[in-house]
Design a protein around this ligand. Sequence first.
Ligand code: FAD
Ligand code: FES
Ligand code: FES
Length: 1330
Amino acid sequence: MERAQETGNMGDRTGTKTRSGSDELIFFVNGKKIVEKNADPEMTLLTYLRRKLGLTGTKLGCAEGGCGACTVMLSRYQTHTKQLLHYASNACLAPLCSLHLVAVTTVEGIGSVARKLHPVQERIAKAHGSQCGFCTPGIVMSMYALLRNNPTPMMADMEEAFQGNLCRCTGYRPILEGYKTFTEGGCCGGRGQKNGCCMSNVNGAQNGASEKNFHSFPPVICCAIDMYNELISHIVFVPLLPLYSTQTLSKDRKPHSLCFHGERMTWLQPDSLDEFLNLKWKHPDARVVVGNTEVGVEVKFKNMVYPVILAPTFIPELSAVTHAEDGIVFGAACTLSHMAVVLRQAVESLPPHKTEVFLAVLEQLRWFAGVQIRNVAAVGGNIMTASPISDLNPVFMAAGCKLTLVDKDGSREIQMDDGFFTGYRRTALQPQQILLSIHIPYSKKVEFVSAYKQSPRREDDISIVTAAMSVTFTPGTDVVENLRLSFGGMAPTTVLAKKTANRLIGRPWGEELLEEACNSMAEEMSLDPSVPGGMVTYRRTLTLSLFYKFYLTVLQKLRLQAVAKGQNQDDVVGRPIMHLSAMKQATGEAVYCDDVPLYENELYLSLITSSKAHARILSIDTSGAERCPGVVCFLFADDIPGSNTAGSLKFDETVLADGEVTCVGHIIGAVVAKTQLQAQRAAKAVRIEYEERQPVITIQEAIATQSFYQPIRTIQKGDLELGFKHADHILEGEMHIGGQEHFYLETNVTLAVPRGEDGEMELFVSTQAPTHTQSLVAMALGVPANRVVVRVKRMGGGFGGKESRTTLLSTVVAVAANKLKRPVRCMLDRDEDMLITGGRHPFYGKYKVGFLNSGRVVALDVTYYGNAGNSMDLSQAIVERALFHMENSYRVPNIRGRGFLCRTNLPSNTAFRGFGGPQGMMVAENWMTDVAQSLGKSPEEVRRLNLYMKGDSTPFNQVLDQITLDRCWDECMSRSGYQQRRIAIDLYNRQNRWTKRGIAVVPTKFGISFTALFLNQAGALVHIYTDGSVLLTHGGTEMGQGLHTKMVQVASRVLGIPSSKIHISETSTNTVPNTSATAASASSDLNGAALKNACEILLKRLEPFKAKNPNGTWEDWVKAAYFDRVSLSANGFYKTPDIGYDFETNSGRAFSYFSYGVACSEVEIDCLTGSHKNLSTTIVMDVGNSLNPAIDIGQVEGAFMQGLGLFTLEELHYSPQGVLLTRGPGSYKIPAFGDIPTQLTVSLLRDAPNDKAIFASKAVGEPPLFLASSVFYAIKDAISAARAESGITGPFRLDSPASAERIRNACSDRFTKLCPLAEAGTFIPWSVQV
Ligand SMILES: Cc1cc2nc3c(=O)[nH]c(=O)nc-3n(C[C@H](O)[C@H](O)[C@H](O)COP(=O)(O)OP(=O)(O)OC[C@H]3O[C@@H](n4cnc5c(N)ncnc54)[C@H](O)[C@@H]3O)c2cc1C
Ligand code: FES
Ligand code: FES
């Protein structure tokens, strides 16, 4: 009440009439007008759409603006410019209250399967650009918004539009391919050019991928559209916006002046600058919110509470752009996208010497976040956030920009220099002041300006170091008159390297200046070795490298030489039978677990997790949390009615911690409340006291303390001693391979619904393992498994992450639902999911390899250490698979491999596509590269020499029959044009000192079968209904890999009926019991065979009726059988024959068969920054007789891109205390659209049938992932060329991933020598290699 009065007073000062309650928020969603009287200032548009309007097509992937799953289009009428703006925006960051007089278009608003798909939806579906489909609505809306503004965009516009969208499944190429048809000259729009439409042209230009296989399937048919009509037909409501935006809503009120009260927050939206300044005077601590991209993240992830928010969106002065004599003045609320448009226009119309600063700002904006963020984020927000890694502040400082600050008593202009930033995220602004505008000056005739951003990923990433430099010369000379060097990421604020700059003034721009600059900067730009963010040597080196780049650029400009611009790419893949759910996924109609409508009495659960890696729990205090609104109950170990034991193959875990925690993120308890926000707030208010114990975090610590799980596995063959004796050379080495986060777009989610009788419980879970979930839930509830039904419709990605770890959440949710006898739901936030659920095992490999002068390897002794974490989970099988792949594709006659499972205090690591195989093979390729480098031979020559041939046998004594490795190798070498490329690379490297190119060809051989024998089984259930329609159920789950599509294809072929008569609804434990998890790439093989079995049983039953009525139809036979009382339902079963390996005797068949493939990749590295470009990749993959080439190619590309992330990009940072520091897309970078190799060609090996699997096909999900290591080894090849320039040759250590930091540090040169590593043990690092 007090608060309402306080804010109600806003009218007294501003002339707005005092109002005691909240106003009306008026906006439109998909054309429908909505009047919201109680808009909650804390509610986002996403929550409103999903929870209040039931529009679940818009997805939640991260809640921090980093994935694009929540993209919608917003349309806003700008009264001052009289323009209607349409732009893509992240619904997860858009405050509901900010939407006054805005039209929102969601994926449901533009088309549906029943009504009609919008072309944007249809083309992504038909181009196989949707696998799990969780990212699809967001991508559809980004494309839609682009087309709304530009119906015939260029390819580059499209790539820019997708900078803020992530997809973890497809590898991006099919999405670009599908949408390329919208670009200028891309597609006839179905109006039929001479040779038909490009998308229906079966001989069509699948550049570089015109595989025969592609053509034997029905073509994609492009819909005929009139783009303009299609687009505007969905937005008939938009013309109303100007009307609403300009009219006065009531007699006393201005149209945009609003006030909304929430539980903890008040939203004030003033209508004029005066009103705004008065409010800021009255509420000096109020936050000014424009884009909410900073404040939204602070509230969500840093638990900040801002009682008063001031939203100046409708104040003309803050959005104004004024062209002054000496530059351009931007109002502080100008969005970054708008600023870019204005600057681009200026660059086009002004003389080049005036626009150096503008170009530098544009360069930074190009790499600044994604379009969705730039469309709403304001320039003032970036300045005022005062982040030390802001991308724009260094440019503004180096350029000498001026800021206008204003309060109700007047305004003042100040220089934006280092006096402006007074500390970490602090500025010289007084609390009652606001930033009105920024003046960006024209550059002078003799001034050069450049800006640089170095981040782990090129696109949409936060920088590691960002820099801007401006130099002015005495006219007619190369003597420095003025120099400003500004850096972000090197101190708590953006800083100017003033000492260095001063030293260089008056000096000519030459080698001596460079030398002086580097020495001075190495001293001035120092960093504490324990600094947050780590990478100390790299960051320091970068300041020198970036200056060197500036030095060269200026030198060139002084010599009037133009700088070459980057180019871009394209090329095609994929076709045939579309993923069955693709259309629904593209329209947002596909139902994922959290899209199940809310039950009336449903509650929400939030987990309480440990903040310590290893500790005894002394006390738990819930008193603060109990006072939080909406709390219903707490759950701790004592509340579990059944068993608190959990785990995977070994039951060594708890459902809820019992007295002890063994990792940060260990689940201690849970809070159940009425809403998600209430549950999450209460969970954070629970206080836990710990008695800490010494944790073991890294593999090296585990080795030092001998902290291992048993057993320690060994595979040995031949005579190791003799092998080393006969070797001409022996070499030792080591390698660390970092872990990887699954980053499925849909996080873990469970909805548990008690059925009210006999302890029955129904669970909707996003899991790859319904049976495992069922049994653990039954154990926790203390009921038999037959009371628990687990249902899985589809997952928004799994990749192994939902094989065993999903039970961490589903057991707790089930216990809560059981206790309260009400439905309970929980979908983990991205940061919780990353913290709790573990990922791919980090590995450390040590090896000793013996080889002949020719390069032939004769002996290998290798030891693997996998960081298993705080429980066994599936780690034993994972380390075993690493051992099964320790020789990759090479014959090694004398070999021993040992595998240790390190027990550490990290969240238990788990299955991830490849399941230890990639780590095993990665070490193999490392010693193979070492052998070649030590002999001075090409690695490809040595690899080819050692490649397995038909009849060879593996270290585990499996004879390789049906081997196609050599065919894949030779085809890849010729398709990639390896020899010509190598010659061109050598030439390039001779001509370029600071960029180098490299190439590598890497094979893979991947064993197919679960290594745990009993899992190699599957069941299926097939019903034929009397109308002839068929319902299939099998044990596999759909996570985007197209399993259900393939299974329908199998049934269609066996039953001899069209696939349109066949349907798969879901996977459930009450239809097919005792299933193995959908994993090990074997699900098509296993479930396909089980389905075939069931279908054959039914066919046999139908045979007499077919014989009686040979001219009848399928429906006739089905009906006849029914009336004859023949069962039309059958179970099928399959178990893989002839497998079973025994470690004790090193005998028995470990795998049913192997999948093979070879990839050739070429890269270019920037030796000064460590960045790299993926220039080209050629993959040849043996998938047998592909069941569905479109899906298989999608799997190859998706796996390759995931491997690319693993080996070159994705880095999990843990503190020395075991706290995961990278918990969202902002800090953890998976590959984005811009990371696809410029040329990517995937071909499936022809005429390679496999007699071990259904219809001669082969497994494809995991095997291609390792082929991305070709990019890693191409980078290593390029680094070797750089090192050779400094006279360093021979093997060197490069750990995975080959991040920019590692690449830069490995390219030893004069700059790296100036920034040596601090001595280990003398400081506490920010993060450790686990
Ligand atoms: C996914 C994502 C990616 C990002 N990528 C980048 C990136 O690549 N580079 C980068 O530098 N940043 C990045 N950011 C940070 C952020 O987008 C920018 O700082 C943005 O410019 C903030 O603008 P906003 O309007 O959203 O600010 P808001 O969140 O609305 O406000 C931010 C702060 O500025 C203050 N403020 C705003 N306007 C004024 C004013 N006129 N007077 C006084 N105070 C004011 C507010 O009080 C608040 O404290 C990213 C953020 C996200 C979520
Ligand atoms: S959920 Fe909004 S960007 Fe990820
Ligand atoms: S299809 Fe893009 S995340 Fe799954």
